[in-house]
Design a protein around this ligand. Sequence first.
Ligand code: AIQ
Length: 372
Amino acid sequence: MTGIGFDLLATDGRARRGRVTTAHGTIETPAFMPVGTAATVKAMTTDAVASTGAEILLGNTYHLMLRPTAERVAQLGGLHRFMNWDKPILTDSGGFQVMSLSDLRTMSEEGVTFKSHLDGSRHHLTPERSIQIQHMLDSNVTMCLDECTPFPATEAQAESSMRLSMRWARRSKDAFVERPGYGLFGIVQGGIYPEQRAESVAALTDIGFDGYAIGGLAVGEGQETMFRVLDFTEPLMVKDRPRYLMGVGRPSDLIGAVRRGVDMFDCVMPTRSGRTGQAFVRRGTINIRNARHAHDERPLDADCGCPTCRSYGRGYLHHLFKADEMLGPMLLTWHNLHYYQDLMRTMRQAIADGNFEEVAGTMEARLTEGDV
Ligand SMILES: Nc1cc(CSc2ncc[nH]2)c2nc(N)[nH]c(=O)c2c1
């Protein structure tokens, strides 16, 4: 097997059931990838992450190059060994995080120069350097260095930004070291503009990648616009390679994007909001800090089989957050990640069974019931 393998196992409308094969194991798709930014999925051990059903997690070039540095992670055996995760890892290329985290950054044709948000030290990230860092991390899925076009952007701005990313994609591909079970994904840009999105898909397909991410979405455009961009972009993408929608999303985003042919997702929502006391449940969301949960002995979600819902009531979880006990963020993170994996498992089964629309419609309706 050269690069990353992908088998399309079933389709139901535009929804796809597939399997990605890497040197560190397989990933059933549609798949949700928990975010492990600084070599940890916050508040979770890797055994706990694996117990939720996650088969791949995300790392971040930006964070790891600053601390502890890619050289240190490589010296300590690579990211899998370093963080005790022996399944697949996908790493983002760093451009998005530079724009969202660091200040005093300058973009050029060569790459991006920025100051570390940790200690103000200066760093330079080029397509070549990003690919080299991801190789040192021993990442199974490497992402091209791209510029995530801001929203809103004019069509001219989106075109210029996308074309820079396409030139960087070519340089990323030239710098990538091919290894069996390891792959490089291109990232489609183009803002909300059909012609720009089409040009980007064509450019990346012409270069040739193991998978294709859809970038430049989940940047404030809203769900309706995101789905509209997917509706005219996805049909242009090759069917025999995985599609990865970056930074998405809430449960209703995942359902709508699977319906539109997306295979892989990542989002900080289940982990970040779990730490703030927001639980995702089948009927919507619960903010456990709300006083109405203080006396409630029911679990977060009666239909959830996670360790949190099996053993703890809302009243206890409410207490943990009010007392600022670290067990609170741990238990809500664990529940949210388990719920997200249950959602993906349900959609995978529905596509295989040929009743995706019925199952998805029922889940979408329940999400709006509220008053959980
Ligand atoms: N919305 C969004 C989110 C991310 C971060 S995905 C991620 N990295 C680490 C965790 N999660 C993106 N990353 C890149 N490279 N390009 C994008 O267009 C883009 C868009």
